[in-house]
Design a protein around this ligand. Structure first.
Ligand code: WT7
Length: 678
């Protein structure tokens, strides 16, 4: 029975009990044609996404799927009402998942004598529901949190993080989560930007066996906030370790906050409009200040639900593991909201993938029978370096889908994992998307494999309802195989609503190719079969181990140091991390270049931005930076220096000596490094 056209769409309804892959393959063999039919015009887009939206539960139905009358401001599911906490909890319980495990949480500390983690927590949908209601009640009744208020979370990967996220959603408040690898200054800037009155943190966190004093960092941040005229009224502190920490009158332990609130307390989920703000997440762009990407409720939910079903093909028997950090968009969407909204059992792991030994990840896949794994190319590449025995020792046969995200995957890493993790028998792909898109935009999914054979390194084909194009500088589609700019040519439901308090900044990516085309900032190629290959950033944004950080952010941090006159940061390809920052600096008079100052500047970076910028940074000293005659730093030339590429056009360069000096500084550094190795 071959599906008639149009029935292909119904095919996705059968995800709960999927037909065999083989069967599905021939059913969707017209994928390209089908894909076209979902993006060809506004009606097609509305039909596709509206169909998925009907599968969710709404307090009030939407009147219109998409209002595109005022680009780049799009409105999705206009008039609809729902709530993310309701979708993730109450709705799951209504569907019979009361006693199903929502989360399996594993702490990092490991007991070597018995070969088991020291802490393991399992929590059902009902457990989570009760816990979230209690926190929601405490926030609303004890701390007076109101609809629309934004709380800042600076938390490790512990169960309380999703609980607080869901609790804020429940009462119509929002969160801005700051990844715990950011410093006190970076945290303070983000707290001030959203005006948070309340910060939620933990006493300390475990990372690769070390303890990081999180609360101390928060104290510093709050002090910076105060100096800049913003008062944080409350810091809620979750207890993670057993050691004593500094304490202030504004601080309140999480367990104290909940004390005397009955465990049976219930808080009605707030009726949120589709377009209301669910959360803000700061991400790096090309300016020194990060951008507050603002997401919606309704459209975001529909995008997540769809991609969970399509890309991860979730069924009720799966054990799903997204090994990212909740502090980034991957974790928001695919550790917390997406999995819960689809009634999944999700694994959440606190620590490093190679702690205490390089087989931790594989051991966990085996112990929990993980069937779906979502991880990063950096994690794969770092684990590939260890003897294969680490992996072979474990039974990984439960895996059926393994995707990566965050940065391009090199074909070698893809082949390695497809073979060794996936027995060449898993659905595997590099799913491309970004903080701004909210959810996955490309990727292979079950059934697609035989029509679109896997090509190691590709991002595959866009999902239905999403139109990706590769354009040249003047906005014309590039020929197959020719590098251009990756754009989203149609609106999509999980799209950012705006940048928080910065509608002009929001308009920037919608201006390069016209108001209804979103420029992603990536270079990409479309090959002759229509596969997308994202090559990396086309702008001055770095991807260090998949973490996004702007050159301008690093530079403006360094020039705050009294020794530094100017700084220019470029990415250099790295075998494991994908890319690492190389920072050329010129010094103010009276300062001498050398290893001591290099170390001091790295410490400065750590203090102002955090380990995510500092850990892999290399500082170089030079007498002048290559600039145009109008004084703009030509990062492109420095990039050529560190990658050994040709310099290209240098007619606008003001002083050629600058490039020679950069080259010398770079060669000197290589020599020093080579000597150190010897
Ligand atoms: C940038 C967005 C979305 C999850 C985490 C990253 C790069 C992301 C891929 C991929 C090649 C990728 C792009 C993009 N990127 N996924 N599968 N292949 N590049 O979110 O921090 O907002 O970064 O990550 O350069 O623009 P983000």
């Amino acid at each position: 029975m071959v599906a008639e056209k149009g029935e292909i769409y119904d095919e996705f309804e059968e995800h709960i009990v999927p037909p065999s892959w083989e069967e599905r393959i021939w059913r969707i063999k017209d994928y390209k044609e089908f894909h076209d039919s979902t993006v060809k015009d506004k009606e097609a887009i509305e039909r596709w996404w509206g169909g998925w939206a009907e599968k969710l539960s709404w307090f009030k139905n939407w009147e219109k799927v998409l209002d595109d009358s005022n680009p780049p401001f799009y409105r999705w599911f206009v008039g609809g009402e729902t709530n993310l906490s309701y979708l993730c909890l109450d709705w799951q319980i209504e569907q019979g998942r009361k006693n199903k495990l929502a989360f399996i949480w594993e702490g990092e500390p490991f007991d070597d004598t018995i070969g088991r983690p020291k802490e393991l927590k399992k929590c059902t949908y009902y457990d989570l529901y009760r816990r979230v209601n209690r926190i929601a009640y405490a926030l609303r009744e004890k701390l007076g949190v109101k609809k629309g208020e934004i709380l800042t979370f600076y938390l490790p990967m512990i169960p309380e993080l999703p609980q607080y996220m869901l609790a804020t959603q429940r009462i119509g408040a929002s969160h801005s989560i700051v990844y715990s690898g950011f410093s006190s200054l970076a945290l303070a800037e983000r707290i001030i930007a959203v005006g948070s009155r309340i910060v939620v943190t933990a006493d300390e966190l475990y990372r690769r066996g070390k303890i990081v004093p999180l609360k101390e960092i928060v104290d510093d941040a709050i002090e910076i906030c105060e100096k800049r005229g913003h008062r944080v009224e409350r810091a809620i502190v979750v207890k993670r370790t057993d050691r004593s920490i500094p304490w202030n009158s504004r601080d309140i332990w999480h367990h104290e906050l909940l004390r005397r609130i009955t465990e049976n307390v219930r808080v009605e989920p707030e009726r949120m409009g589709s377009e209301d703000m669910s959360f803000i997440l700061y991400t790096s762009g090309t300016t020194s200040m990060p951008k507050g990407v603002q997401h919606s409720v309704g459209g975001y939910a529909v995008g997540l639900y769809t991609t969970m079903k399509l890309i991860f093909d979730l069924t009720d028997d799966d054990v799903y593991w997204c090994a990212a950090d909740v502090g980034w968009i991957t974790g928001h969407s695919y550790i917390v909201y997406g999995p819960l909204m689809t009634g999944t059992t999700a694994l959440m792991y606190e620590g490093a993938p190679d702690y205490p030994r390089p087989d931790r990840l594989w051991h966990m896949v085996e112990r929990f029978g993980v069937s779906i794994l979502y991880t990063s190319p950096t994690a794969i590449r770092s684990l590939m370096k260890f003897p294969l025995e680490n992996l072979k020792r474990h039974d990984l046969s439960t895996l059926r889908i393994v995707h990566t995200v965050g940065e391009p995957i090199n074909p070698e890493a893809f082949r390695w994992y497809f073979k060794n993790l996936g027995r060449e028998d898993v659905v595997a792909s590099s799913t491309w998307w970004m903080t701004e898109t909210g959810h996955i935009m490309t990727g292979h999914f079950p059934g697609l494999g035989k029509i679109f054979p896997l090509k190691p390194g590709t991002n595959g084909y866009p999902i239905p309802g999403v139109k990706l194009e590769v354009l040249d500088e003047s906005g014309n589609p590039c020929k197959p195989g020719v590098r251009g700019y990756l754009v989203l040519a149609t609106p999509w439901p999980g799209m950012l609503m705006t940048l928080y308090k910065d509608p002009e900044g929001y308009a920037v990516p919608w201006s390069k190719f016209g108001k209804s085309v979103f420029y992603t900032g990536d270079y990409a190629v479309k090959d002759k079969d229509g596969y997308i290959w994202v090559l990396g950033r086309a702008d001055d944004v770095l991807k260090i181990a998949g973490h996004r950080i702007g050159s301008a952010e690093i530079e403006s941090s360094l020039v705050l140091n009294p020794a530094v006159a100017e700084a220019a940061c470029v990415g250099r390809p790295d075998e494991v991390k994908g890319e690492v920052p190389y920072i050329f600096t010129t010094l103010k008079q009276g300062f001498k270049p050398g290893p001591d100052l290099g170390a001091e500047l790295k410490a400065h970076l750590r203090k102002t931005i955090g380990p995510i910028a500092a850990s892999d940074a290399t500082i170089l000293f030079t007498d002048r930076l290559p600039k145009t005659r109008s004084g703009k730093i030509m990062r492109r030339l420095l990039k050529a220096v560190v990658t050994g590429a040709s310099l290209g056009d240098i007619t606008t360069l003001e002083d050629e000596r600058a490039v020679e000096e950069a080259q010398k500084a770079y060669e000197h550094l290589r020599e020093v490094m080579a000597n150190e190795k010897r």
